[in-house]
Design a binder for this molecule. Structure first.
Ligand code: CUA
Length: 338
């Protein structure tokens, strides 16, 4: 290899590394930073990318160099092979020591960031998150020491600047609870409860996404995290309490519409009367369903499948709903099906 070629190669490696690293830091490629944790994770991500870039460039450059430098010469015999090489202590020390040092430093830095991000906060709003095919269900348990006891599904409404503590689990297969604006995600696994904490600091509407392939409706397992002012949240909460199953309005019994909403039925079924917009399961509008059919569809969903729809509805509702709740839901579905 000519000396001028070697110098050109080294210059190309240095220049492209510097340009790519500059791009990493200058170009704004992250979504809104919803929490203090978001900024810390973005910085960690940028550093990890910046450190990886020179290695990527050097490896690709060396590959190109080898392809050019050691290509077969037409005059060579077909079985020509290079000289064998045996060991080089110096090289081995370098390629073990340097990566070890870098990985340890990055590992310690990541540990520090993770420790800060996951730190417990005072008086959090405690929310149980339960994934099920194909919706997220939420149970507001406590606001600091105060009991809340409200259930919703699909969208999550929270007050701004309030530390949130989620306890995440699943009813069926593995899901993964992801809030990109908070940069945090956690698997939801049946039988295991895992915590996740962050404090949203900007009002607005942010995506909640399931990031674990969990079945045919996986792509529709989405919702919004609505961060609102404290006053709006208190108002919203009061409205939820009035309409919750068996609550509020003076012993009217469970309300079919709330049961439909809080059990996530709208995640798969279209039903405008209860804001259901899902398409994974059959529409429940104007289907003229009878009480017996509705009941069977809930308790034993695999018994009679609507044409063109797979057998994916959880068969757990017969157990998880009380007799009164089931009756109210059946009545609501018959009414809405008319
Ligand atoms: Cu739940 Cu993907």
């Amino acid at each position: 290899m000519k000396a001028s070629h070697r110098i050109a190669g080294i210059v190309a490696v240095v220049v492209s590394s510097v340009l790519l690293i500059a791009f990493t830091y200058i170009y704004d490629w992250f979504p809104t930073q919803l929490t203090p944790a978001s900024g810390k994770i973005d910085n960690l991500y940028k550093l990890l990318t910046a450190v990886s870039i020179p290695f990527f460039v050097i490896i690709v450059a060396f590959m190109v160099f080898c392809v050019l430098e050691f290509r077969v010469d037409p005059s060579d015999p077909p079985d020509k092979d290079g000289e064998p090489i045996h060991g080089s202590t110096k090289l081995e020390l370098i390629w073990t020591g340097v990566p070890l040092f870098i990985i340890l430093l990055l590992g310690i830095y990541s540990w520090i960031v993770l420790d800060q991000v996951e730190a417990k906060q005072k008086n959090p709003l405690l929310i149980n998150v339960t994934g099920q095919q194909f919706i997220w269900n939420y149970e507001y348990v406590k606001d600091g020491a105060e009991k809340v006891d409200v259930k919703t599904s699909g969208d999550l409404v929270v007050p701004v600047n309030k530390p949130l503590e989620f306890r995440i689990t699943s009813l069926d297969v593995i899901h993964s609870f992801w809030v990109p604006a908070a940069r945090l995600k956690r698997d939801a696994t049946a039988g295991v409860v895992t915590p996740l904490r962050f404090t949203p600091q900007k009002t607005g509407s942010y995506d909640i996404v399931c990031t674990e392939l969990c079945g045919v409706g996986h792509a529709t397992m989405r919702g919004k995290l609505k961060v609102v002012s404290k006053a709006d949240w208190v108002k919203w909460l009061a409205g939820q309490k009035g309409g919750k199953p068996g609550g509020g309005t003076g012993g009217g019994g469970p309300d079919g519409k709330s049961i439909f909403t809080s059990n996530g039925c709208g995640g798969c079924h279209k039903l405008a009367a209860a804001n259901g917009a899902g398409t994974t399961g059959p529409s429940l509008e104007g289907n003229g369903i009878s009480a017996a059919q509705a009941r069977e569809g809930i308790v034993d969903p695999g018994a009679k499948l609507a044409t063109g729809f797979p057998n994916v509805m959880p068969a757990t509702f017969g157990k998880s709903l009380s007799k009164e709740e089931l009756d109210a839901l059946v009545m609501f579905l018959v009414e809405s099906g008319k």
